[in-house]
Write a protein that binds this ligand. Structure first.
Ligand code: UD1
Ligand code: CA
Length: 476
């Protein structure tokens, strides 16, 4: 691996064809921004320094880059005068003479992999070239710089689309935009660039001619997997790259021992981690930093973002965000786990349950039709069907605390803040406003009255008078 490696990431251009408020490099696929994918690949080369060139919308792009790669140096290119000008700005921003190898990458290629960059940089150094080009053979080279070779096959120049002759436009070998340089040569060459071309820009690619004229070696190394160097210009192209990225991620997980029943309808973000023998059923999206444990089964039709699913847990047709599901626990169908949900081992969140900021102890169950917000439930407790944790008094959010081995009745309302003790019980329909001691039974619903022969008496009254039936009940 190169010992003194500087990587320059170009990200100053606007990307108008995205037709978006959001900068091109900040659009996401696979749960990361496009530039986030590039920076991850760059990071894995373990470079001495990374310089990112920002310009358009730098107030959004700059902080995002430093978020993903905290050590990155930001270089500001005030006007987008070309890739050569961008690299000049990058070298100046380092603040000392750059030595060794400089690799330049564009910030918008989400499929780029670190091992490809590494192989390219190693090949460049081994060949002791002034300039190496990562090239690719593409079916439709329109818009790319073409690699022009001599009769002997040596790289002679890179010619941009607008500057190319019709014959040159037929060349299928293109400049991916990823180049490697000897730093001393690059410094020298950058100072010699001019903008006498169709775009009136300083082209980084003109360094090839400069090297040739100085009798230095130039070479192109064709990448087999060209999609790694593709940068989508509009949202349709980006969606296609996103699907391809997903196909690769899903395939890799299957190779690593995960069962995916329907790869076509399974979406797994780049940062998700799955353990072996996990099973993913159709229609599942695993997003963000989600982690799925060994033997867990997720799906069908489930979305989990930044969730942790324990060993052997089961999640069916549900939606979760920032939730932890313990080993052997079960969730769904049709439940909504909001941030701060923490379901213990062997616990259950059944059908049509919404949870938020809720610690549910090991072996505890909320099986049916409930809202559990701002709650702490001990171990081996059962919450009755149709229970509402009324956590909001209109001003403040308050907590409900329930002990261990408690059994609460159906259709309860817990008016927080309130505490229900260990081994306590509540009757059906109870509204709990005051704390329930350990081992107590709380009931609050009114005693039932039965009005005997109600139907017959009502019919008789209807025949004789038009008296209001409510009054009759009170008379009874
Ligand atoms: C460039 C290459 C072309 C190559 C293609 C691959 C040059 C002259 N041409 O063309 O050979 O086939 O990339 O995609 O280098 N940028 C800046 N500052 C600028 C201009 C561009 O930071 O002043 C950044 C852009 O944000 C982008 C990258 O450089 O990330 C490439 O710029 P772009 O305008 O897409 O270059 P192309 O004309 O496509
Ligand atoms: Ca481009």
């Amino acid at each position: 691996m190169p010992t003194n490696l500087t990587v320059v990431v170009l990200a100053a251009g606007g990307g108008t064809r995205m037709k978006s408020k959001t900068m091109k490099v900040l659009h996401e696929v696979g749960g990361r921004s496009r530039i986030g994918h590039v920076l991850n690949a760059v990071r894995s080369m373990d470079p001495e320094r990374v310089v990112a060139v920002v310009g358009t919308q730098r107030e959004q792009v700059g902080p995002h880059i430093q978020d993903v790669l905290p050590g990155a140096i930001l270089a500001v290119q005030e006007t987008q005068d070309g890739t050569g000008d961008a690299v000049r700005v990058a070298l100046e921003a380092v603040g000392r003479t750059v030595e060794g190898t400089v690799v330049v990458v564009t910030g918008d290629t989400p499929l780029l992999r670190g091992d490809s960059l590494r192989a390219f940089a190693e090949e460049h150094e081994a060949a002791e070239r002034a300039v190496s080009i990562l090239s690719g053979i593409v079916p439709n080279p329109f818009g790319y710089g073409r690699i022009v070779r001599t009769a002997e096959g040596d790289v002679e120049a890179i010619v941009e689309e607008k500057d190319a002759t019709p014959l040159q436009r037929d060349i299928g070998e293109i400049n991916s935009g990823i180049l490697a340089f000897d730093a001393a040569f690059l410094r020298e060459a950058i100072s010699k660039l001019d903008n006498n071309n169709a775009n009136a820009e300083y082209y980084l690619t003109d360094t090839v001619k400069i090297a040739r004229n100085a009798g230095l070696t130039v070479g192109a190394y064709a990448i087999e997997d060209v999609s790694q160097t593709e940068g989508a210009n509009d949202r349709a192209q980006l969606a296609a790259l996103g699907r391809e990225l997903n196909r690769r991620i899903v395939t890799q997980w299957m190779r690593d021992g995960v069962t995916v029943m329907d790869p076509e309808t399974t979406w797994i973000d780049a940062d998700v981690v799955l353990d072996c023998d996990a099973t993913i059923l159709p229609g599942v999206q695993l997003l963000g930093a989600t982690v799925i444990g060994e033997d867990a089964v997720v799906g069908p039709d489930t979305t989990l973002k930044d969730c942790e699913v324990g060993q052997g847990a089961r999640v069916v047709r549900s939606h979760g965000e920032l939730a932890v599901i313990g080993d052997g626990a079960s969730v769904g169908p049709f439940s909504y786990l909001r941030p701060g949900t923490n379901l213990g081992a062997r616990g259950k969140i059944g059908a049509f349950v919404e949870t938020k900021n809720a610690q549910i102890g090991n072996g505890s169950k909320v099986p049916h039709l409930s809202y559990v917000g701002d709650a702490e439930i001990g171990e081996e407790t059962n919450i009755g069907a149709g229970t509402i944790f009324a956590n909001y008094d209109g001003v403040n959010k308050n907590r409900t605390i329930i002990g261990r081995r408690a059994k609460t009745g159906s259709n309860n309302t817990f008016i927080a803040p309130v505490r229900i003790g260990d081994d306590a019980m509540t009757g059906g329909g109870t509204t709990v406003r005051r704390d329930v001691p350990d081992g107590a039974l709380a009931v609050s619903s009114a005693p039932q009255r039965n009005l005997e022969d109600w139907k017959a008496r009502k019919a008789a009254r209807g025949a004789t008078s038009s008296q209001d039936s409510e009054t009759s009940i009170r008379d009874n």
